[in-house]
Design a protein around this ligand. Structure first.
Ligand SMILES: [Zn+2]
Ligand SMILES: [Zn+2]
Length: 355
């Protein structure tokens, strides 16, 4: 056996590669790191955003952010385990500072099931107390009850098989601040919205707001665990912060107007349901869903929130939720249609249909 040093090994093994490829390999980690972080979006010094994807094969489902403090890194949302690993690799390409906190904006799998990966990397999952309450209510298998969402989700995602549910262990009832003199991040529960336990991360100096799924930017609203009426009020509270950069839970990052747009979507939906469905028979109501979809699709402010249909069509479930809130009655006409739609949309969002 002959010995070669790393450079000789690389030089030999790259003999058949292009000059550019050889140069990349010889330059090693620096280039690899740059390539890894190509899709990382630095919003402000030490503040990063990563846009996830709800495509079936995407490792990172929800959007992420991270803030590099003087002595540690705080990550916004744990994502799924595969997303957590991807984000850790991206952070590691930028800094050697320890990743100390993973903030779950809410309890859904696409935001919190990567907690165990962060724990193994030395971080502590942090969340509003409502996140733990929702996990106790819905992740019943973990707490000794009948199988909950985690058990049902494991069958659908290979990355869940090698890890386990890890609820947040540092909890705050209303607010929790991180401030090292350079960066300040305020974690705040602004009210019930997408779930009963949503919290946002507010950076007052940079006027950046990480909203979790309190606000999304596209047809991603899952309403099954939320309260649309309260959600509108919570968005109003979020608007009052005065953020100029909004990092939503899903979809491209945006500016202040995305909070108005998301709020308008729910208000228009309420108006439509109120005027078209309140006195309709079940049969008529069912037919009117497409009428409402069309009316909202031509409203430029809210059109991008309205699903085009297809297998992950969340729109009927949204109509059903608003109808039930406004009328106080279950929408029996949509029992099958709505449930199926809600189920497929929930699946893509990381929430199983049992919830
Ligand atoms: Zn989500
Ligand atoms: Zn969610």
């Amino acid at each position: 056996m002959c010995k070669v040093n790393r450079r000789e090994f690389l030089a030999t093994s790259t003999a058949f590669l292009s000059v550019a490829a050889e140069a990349e390999i010889l330059r090693g980690r620096t280039v690899a790191s740059a390539a890894e972080s190509v899709d990382v979006d630095q919003i402000a010094p030490g503040v990063y955003f990563h846009e996830g994807s709800l495509a079936d094969d995407a490792p990172a489902a929800c959007n992420n952010g991270w803030i590099v403090f003087e002595d540690y890194v705080l990550v916004v949302d744990a994502n799924y385990p595969a997303g957590a690993k991807l984000m850790i690799s991206k952070i590691r390409a930028l800094t050697d500072k320890p990743i100390r906190f993973a903030f779950d904006t809410h309890h859904h799998g696409d935001h919190a099931y990567g907690n165990q990966v962060y724990v193994e990397a030395g971080a502590v999952p942090v969340a509003h107390t409502g996140v733990l309450d929702e996990m106790r209510r819905l992740e019943t298998g973990y707490y000794g009850g009948k199988p909950g969402r985690w058990e049902q989700a494991v069958g659908g995602r290979p990355d869940l098989k090698d890890t386990r549910l890890k609820p947040p262990s540092v909890l705050f009832p209303k607010e929790l601040y991180f401030d090292d003199g350079k960066h300040r991040v305020e974690l705040m529960h602004l009210g019930v919205a997408h779930t009963r336990g949503d919290a946002v991360a507010w950076l007052p100096k940079e006027k950046i707001l990480f909203t979790g799924d309190v606000c999304v930017n596209g047809p991603y609203n899952f309403v099954g665990d939320g309260d649309v009426e309260k959600w509108i009020a919570t968005l109003e509270a979020a608007k009052k912060l005065g953020a100029t950069t909004i990092c939503t839970g899903h979809g491209p990052r945006s500016v202040a107007s995305v909070l108005d747009d998301q709020q308008a979507f729910f208000k228009v939906l309420q108006d439509q349901v109120h005027s078209k469905l309140m006195n309709a028979s079940p049969e008529v109501a069912k037919a009117k869903i497409e009428e409402i979809r069309k009316a909202m699709k031509v409203n430029a402010q809210v059109a991008r929130y309205v699903s085009d249909g297809g297998k992950d069509d969340g729109f009927p479930g949204q109509v059903q939720k608003v109808y039930e809130e406004l009328s106080g009655k279950p929408m029996t006409a949509f029992a099958d249609y709505g449930h199926t739609a809600r189920r497929s949309h929930a699946h893509s969002h990381g929430v199983n249909h049992a919830g």
